[in-house]
Design a protein around this ligand. Structure first.
Ligand SMILES: Nc1ncnc2c1ncn2[C@@H]1O[C@H](COP(=O)(O)OP(=O)(O)OP(=O)(O)O)[C@@H](O)[C@H]1O
Ligand SMILES: [Mg+2]
Length: 391
C-alpha cells in the first residue's frame, strides 16, 4: 500500500531543493578543498571543562579538559556510556550550557561566551522537541519566523526542507498525525532550515525500530555528505558509530579516551576502555621483553610495544577453526555454550590456562557442543597489544 507514511519511509532524501541556494553553493566550493588548507576548522574545542553540583551536594565533572578539532565536512560521533558527558559537550557547543574553562571556536571565531541564538549551530534532540500545537510546516519554519523572514521566503525554504527529508505534501499535518520516523525527519528539517554551519544530533535515532533506524543511518550519512557541513552525532550504539562516522570520539568520565577513524579504533584501540567498549573482546595479560610478548600459557609472538606489561586484544572474529599457514597462536578449551546467530556463531569456551574466551565463527559446519574440546587459531598479524593492564 502506497500510503504517504510508507512513501516517506522508503524514499531517500532528495537534494533537488537545495542545490540552487547560495549557502550550499558556498559550502560545496569549500568542501572541494579536500586538504582544508587555509580554512579554519568548522569547530575547535580547546580544554573544555564543565562541572555540575548535584542535588546531593557532590561535584560531578561532566567535561574534563576536552579538546577536539573537527575537519571540513566531517561526520564525528561521540560514543560513550550513559553519563559520560556527551549531551553536555553538545550543549556547550550549541550555547545552551556555559563552560567553566576552555574555549569554543566555530569557523575560527570564538563563540565561548556567545548566546545560543548567535551561534551558527543547530541541534536535533533525542525526543525531537517538536511543537505539538503547530503543524509540520510551522515547526520546520519556526526559526525563520523568529528571525523575521518574509512569509514567502519561509514558505520556499520549508518546501525545500520537506522535500529534502521526503515529507513534501505533509506540511499541514499535525505532529501527532506522523509516525516516529516522520517526526524524526521533521526535527531534521527544522534543524537544517536555518542553514547551520554545524549540525548537532543527540541520539536522534534511538526511538526508531531497527529497520527504520538502519535506513535513517544511511540517509543521514548521505545527506551529510551532500550538504558538506559538519555533523556531531551522539550515540550509545557502537555499531551505529562504526557505520556512520568519519571519526569517533570515545568518551568516559568526561574525558576523550580515544579519537580516530572507526577501523583504527576497532583494530588498534589505545586503551582497555576503548577495546572493551567498542565490540566484543578477549583481553589477555602479556609480559613483554625485547620485542616478544608472552601469554600466561607460554605462547609468544612479536610485539613492538615498549612497556614491560600489556594486554593482548584478541577479537572473537579473528579466531579460526583451522590453522593458518602464517605464524599463529593456538587457544584450546572446553565449550561452555554456543549460539547460532544466522550469519555467524558465537562460542563461549574455557581455556585451562587463559580463562573464559569467546570465538565468533563465520564458517562452521555444525555448532560446537557444550563440553566439546575445541582449538582455535589466530594469525599473529591480527593481534594487537595495549600498553595497559587491567587492575
Ligand atoms: N544540569 C545538571 N545538573 C547536575 N548534573 C548534571 C547536569 N547535567 C548533567 N549532569 C551530570 O553530568 C554528567 C554528564 O551528563 P550528560 O547528560 O552529558 O551525559 P550523557 O553522556 O549525555 O549521558 P546519556 O547517554 O545518559 O544521555 C552526568 O553525571 C549527569 O548526571
Ligand atoms: Mg545524553
Amino acid at each position: 500500500m502506497d500510503t504517504d507514511q510508507n512513501r516517506a519511509v522508503t524514499r531517500t532524501f532528495s537534494l533537488r531543493g537545495l542545490t540552487s541556494s547560495p549557502f550550499e553553493r558556498g559550502r560545496t566550493r569549500q568542501t572541494d578543498d579536500v586538504s582544508g588548507f587555509n580554512m579554519p576548522a568548522p569547530l575547535e574545542i580547546i580544554g573544555a571543562h564543565k562541572a555540575f553540583r548535584s542535588p546531593e551536594g557532590a561535584t560531578v565533572t561532566a567535561l574534563d579538559n576536552v579538546s577536539v578539532k573537527l575537519a571540513q565536512a566531517e561526520f564525528m560521533t561521540l560514543l560513550g556510556p550513559s553519563g559520560c558527558g556527551k549531551t553536555t559537550l553538545l550543549r556547550t557547543i550549541s550555547g545552551f550550557e556555559t563552560l567553566d574553562a576552555g574555549d569554543i571556536l566555530i569557523d575560527g571565531k570564538e563563540v565561548t561566551n556567545q548566546p545560543a541564538f548567535r551561534r551558527p549551530v543547530n541541534t536535533v534532540f533525542q525526543r525531537y522537541a517538536l511543537f505539538d500545537h503547530m503543524n509540520v510546516a510551522r515547526n520546520v519554519g519556526y526559526a525563520l519566523e523568529i528571525a523575521g523572514k518574509s512569509k514567502r521566503d519561509i514558505q520556499a525554504r520549508v518546501g525545500e526542507m520537506l522535500e529534502l527529508v521526503g515529507l513534501e505534501g505533509l506540511g499541514q499535518r499535525n505532529i501527532s498525525q506522523l509516525s516516529g520516523g516522520q517526526q524524526q525527519r521533521v526535527a531534521l528539517a527544522r534543524a537544517l532550515a536555518a542553514k547551520p554551519k554545524l549540525l548537532l544530533l543527540d541520539e536522534p535515532l534511538s526511538a526508531l525500530d531497527k529497520n527504520l533506524r538502519q535506513k535513517m543511518q544511511q540517509e543521514l550519512k548521505t545527506l551529510q555528505r551532500e550538504l558538506g557541513i559538519g555533523f556531531i552525532f551522539v550515540t550509545h550504539d557502537q555499531e551505529e558509530a562504526l557505520t556512520m562516522s568519519d571519526r569517533i570520539a570515545v568518551l568516559a568520565n568526561g574525558k576523550i579516551q580515544q579519537l580516530g577513524a572507526p577501523d583504527a579504533l576497532y583494530t588498534k584501540p589505545a586503551n582497555l576502555f576503548t577495546a572493551d567498549f567498542l565490540g566484543e573482546s578477549n583481553l589477555l595479560p602479556v609480559a613483554i621483553e625485547r620485542g616478544v610478548a608472552t601469554l600466561a600459557d607460554g605462547q609468544n609472538f612479536p610485539c613492538s610495544n615498549e612497556s614491560a606489561k600489556g594486554t593482548l586484544l584478541l577479537r572473537p572474529e579473528v579466531l579460526r577453526r583451522t590453522a593458518p599457514s602464517e605464524p599463529s597462536l593456538t587457544v584450546q578449551g572446553t565449550v561452555v555454550a554456543s549460539y547460532y546467530q544466522g550469519k555467524d556463531c558465537l562460542v563461549d569456551f574455557e581455556s585451562p590456562s587463559l580463562g573464559a574466551l569467546k570465538a565468533n565463527l563465520r564458517e562452521f559446519k555444525s555448532l560446537p557442543e557444550r563440553g566439546e574440546t575445541v582449538s582455535f587459531y589466530a594469525s599473529t598479524s591480527d593481534l594487537h597489544v595495549i600498553n595497559e593492564v587491567s587492575s
